[in-house]
Design a protein around this ligand. Structure first.
Ligand code: ATP
Length: 225
């Protein structure tokens, strides 16, 4: 299938949660390639602990362990804030009629109404939602604050991955990936507190860990108030 599937994130740093989810989603959707899109200047959150070029370099090392995962620097090469809607508009101009899909974890999907021009996203692409450990997706979607998102889910939501290839955009496709309780926050904390911890080998690829150590990244906690 010729769908273009993209998984955006800060990847600060990339970890096995991202990579295993990406591997599972690629398999579930039956696509030959899934692109990992690091944000250059994430508009909606605090500045990353590593530069865009370091985050891209770590992604390039990480995907060597995986078939069909490809870093895409589109948001790093572009000037200005890394709004997903701008990325999708540019990809849509290049590929009229081709199915596009933007992959998000359940936590990111629940935050969608805070994204720049978020209502436009489904005109441009499908959204693929992945369950995430620790996120009570159904319960949180049904809170009163999420009424508009819940209505959108009711109108556009599906568990049928076949929808991806059937039309170019407009569906919210829930995909069951494995559950990997890893976050970049946990990784950064461990790197700052105990950089020699053997636990790190379970959380991110050895080549990424070596890069972090060689470039002295994440020595302090960017999350500290
Ligand atoms: P942080 O802890 O700094 O917030 P993160 O681990 O959530 O980072 P991001 O780069 O912000 O990583 O996430 C990019 C995307 O990957 C988001 O859509 C997020 O929901 C998803 N994601 C990250 N980790 C997982 C995971 N373990 N399982 C499922 N989805 C994940």
């Amino acid at each position: 299938m010729s769908a273009l599937v993209l998984f955006g994130g800060t990847f600060d740093p990339v970890h096995y949660g991202h990579l295993y989810v990406a591997r599972d989603v690629r398999a579930a959707l039956g696509v030959p390639e899934l692109r990992l899109v690091p944000s250059g200047d994430p508009a909606h959150r605090r500045p990353p602990g590593a530069t865009a070029s370091d985050r891209l370099a770590m992604l390039e090392l990480a995907v060597r362990e995986f078939t069909g995962l490809v870093p895409d620097p589109i948001e790093i090469l572009r000037n200005g804030p890394s709004y997903t809607v701008v990325t999708l508009e540019s990809l849509r101009r290049q590929r009229p009629g081709v199915p596009l899909a933007w992959v998000v974890g359940a936590d990111a999907f629940l935050g969608l109404p805070r994204w720049h021009r978020w209502r436009r996203l489904l005109e441009l692409a499908h959204i693929v939602v992945i369950e995430r450990p620790g996120v009570a997706f159904d319960a949180e979607l049904r809170t009163s604050a999420q009424a508009e998102l819940a209505a959108l889910w009711d109108a556009r939501g599906t568990d049928d991955v076949g929808v991806l290839g059937a039309r170019p955009s407009g569906a919210i496709i829930r995909v069951a990936a494995g559950r990997y309780p890893i976050s970049a926050t946990i990784v950064r904390r461990l790197l700052a507190e105990d950089p020699a911890s053997p636990q790190l080998a379970q959380l991110l690829p050895p080549a990424v860990l070596a890069y972090i150590q060689n470039h002295s990244l994440y020595r302090t906690l960017p999350d500290a108030p």
